[in-house]
Design a protein around this ligand. Structure first.
Ligand SMILES: [Zn+2]
Length: 89
């Protein structure tokens, strides 16, 4: 499962536990358990963005992919900033 996250100032589905930035999520598919697992992983990604920045500017402003959830995830930093998948448009 992949999730595309995009920052929002409006109705946020999830908020960064570090800076409180809100995000909307684009899910490929979801079940209750998948969503629960994903939200846990997504918070790890949010925290990984805060390497040397404490504020919301730490997050890619154009959105970012959460790659393959459910396993060990490596974050190449800003290299993961890409284009949203077609299903997210
Ligand atoms: Zn944050």
């Amino acid at each position: 499962m992949q999730v595309f996250c995009k920052t929002t100032d409006g109705n946020a589905e999830v908020r960064c536990c570090v800076c409180g930035q809100g995000f909307v999520l684009f899910w490929e598919r979801q079940s209750r358990s998948e969503r629960h697992q994903a939200l846990h992983e997504i918070q790890k990604v949010f925290r990984s963005h805060h390497g040397n920045k404490a504020g919301p500017e730490a997050h890619p402003q154009n959105g970012f992919m959460i790659p393959e959830l459910g396993g060990p995830v490596a974050f190449p930093g800003t290299a993961m900033v890409g284009h949203p998948p077609t299903w997210a448009l």
